[in-house]
Design a protein around this ligand. Structure first.
Ligand code: PLP
Length: 417
């Protein structure tokens, strides 16, 4: 009997929920990964914006090994030092006071935001959350209901009630959508899955003003764009340096460099009175004992990963690297002036390349992703015609130049002048 290949194991035993590429990865180091045959690739997808420090980062590996031989998991019935320290670090980085809840993924972090908003609005009978066209908030039933893309909802009716979608960066549309039932506005400061669409400064400021005027919660989904990806700890601050203060924010992906960890933070605004007129205290204390939870969330192993990733970004000046190389990559891509490239958008190392029609079978995003993969560069497709560059935050200029050279070569072939 022959040993099945990895592709055969997937074909026979793993649910076919993904249109996976025919590439079995075996190991990684820094910004490089190797397939089972030993071929190397420059990884400008980083596990979809997850491996912030690249692969097999020595410090992260060392801290994880030490934690694995000390204490991996305890449940949230008890206290563990790494979770407490990580919560403090996140509160310090956000800089607005408040508290953090830990979970395991982005969809789950957003579930916390929906529940926080429902609880906040309950005494006034408000529960509707405004979200945006082309947004993505995860694959749970709540997540697909919140997401402003029809394709994720198909076949799963009835969806969770109470999400209203309006066009992104369209303030009058948001204002028109606010009703006596509205309790919150949830937005990605930079849309990721929707194709790398940054919110405008006017839009974020306008959302803040609407939330202030109507007593709504301003919720940011920073699952993809947060914790350094845009060159700041908080993506919204790369768009507006002051005057916008969300009430709650969700994260996952890059927060722990690949160890599953999600989190959401809530601030110190007052939660308002309950239905009997009694003060409910601060928003960050609204989800009290018994209202929310998870077995794994923020266990010592995941929390050590988060602490190591965030403190390494801090200590090694990685935010500056993101800003410098992000600007360099975006400008260099524009300067290529290739017929294949319709538009380059992005902030920091969150870059979208919108493509024109390319020669070959299928969608431009998939044609390009496959051709780049053959040439040794991994990128992430987004929708029909955008590819995303989401490399590790600590890539070097040399690696950026290698990626640019491959992009130039491959995209010139796919649509010659
Ligand atoms: C902005 C945003 N929110 C939520 C999610 C869902 O995160 P997860 O896949 O960890 O559940 C994603 C995933 O791509 C995302 O980009």
């Amino acid at each position: 009997m022959t040993t099945p290949s990895t592709a055969e194991l997937y074909r026979d035993y793993v649910m076919p929920t993904y249109g996976r590429f025919d590439l079995a990865l075996a190991r990684g180091e820094g910004a490089r990964v190797w397939d089972e045959a030993g071929k190397s690739y420059l990884d400008f997808g980083a596990g979809i914006a997850v491996c912030s420090l690249g692969h097999a980062h020595p410090k992260l590996a060392k801290e994880l090994a030490a934690q694995a031989t000390t204490l991996i998991h305890t449940s949230n019935l008890y206290l563990t030092r790494p979770q407490g320290e990580l919560a403090k670090l996140i509160v310090d980085l956000v800089g607005l006071g408040g508290k953090v809840f830990f979970c395991n993924s982005g969809a789950e972090a957003n579930e916390g935001l929906y529940k926080l908003a429902r609880k906040f609005g309950a005494p006034t009978g408000r529960h509707e959350i405004i979200t945006f066209t082309n947004s993505f908030h995860g694959r749970t039933l709540g997540g697909i209901s919140a997401t402003g893309q029809e394709k994720v909802k198909t076949g799963f009716a009835p969806l969770v009630e109470g999400f209203v979608h309006v066009p992104f960066n369209d303030l009058p549309a948001v204002e028109a959508a606010i009703t006596p039932k509205t309790v919150a506005i949830l937005v990605e400061p930079v849309q990721g899955e929707g194709g790398i669409n940054p919110a405008t400064p006017e839009f974020l400021k306008g959302l803040q003003a609407l939330c202030d005027r109507h007593n709504l919660l301003l919720l940011f989904d920073e699952v993809q764009c947060g914790f350094g990806r845009t060159g700041d700890w908080c993506a919204w601050r790369t768009i507006v340096s002051s005057g916008v203060e969300p009430d709650a924010v969700s994260w996952a992906k890059g927060i722990a460099g690949g160890v599953p960890l999600g989190a959401f933070w809530a601030g110190i605004r007052t939660a308002g009175p309950d239905s009997e007129g009694k003060d409910r205290g601060l928003l960050c204390n609204l989800l009290g004992p018994g209202t929310h939870g998870t077995t794994y969330g923020g266990n010592p192993f995941a929390a050590i990963a988060g602490l190591t990733v965030l403190s390494t970004i801090q200590e090694e000046g990685i935010l500056e690297n993101v800003r410098t190389l992000g600007t360099y990559l975006i400008q260099s891509l524009k300067d290529l002036n290739l017929p294949a490239i319709r538009l380059v958008r992005g902030v920091g190392l969150m870059i979208g390349i919108e493509l024109n029609d390319l020669s070959g079978e299928g969608l431009p995003s998939i044609i390009a992703t496959k051709a780049l993969m053959s040439a040794g560069l991994l990128v992430i497709p987004s929708g029909d015609r955008t590819i995303r560059l989401l490399p590790p935050l600590n890539i070097t200029k040399g690696e950026a130049d290698q990626a640019l050279a491959i992009l130039k070569e491959v995209l010139s072939t796919l649509l010659p002048c």
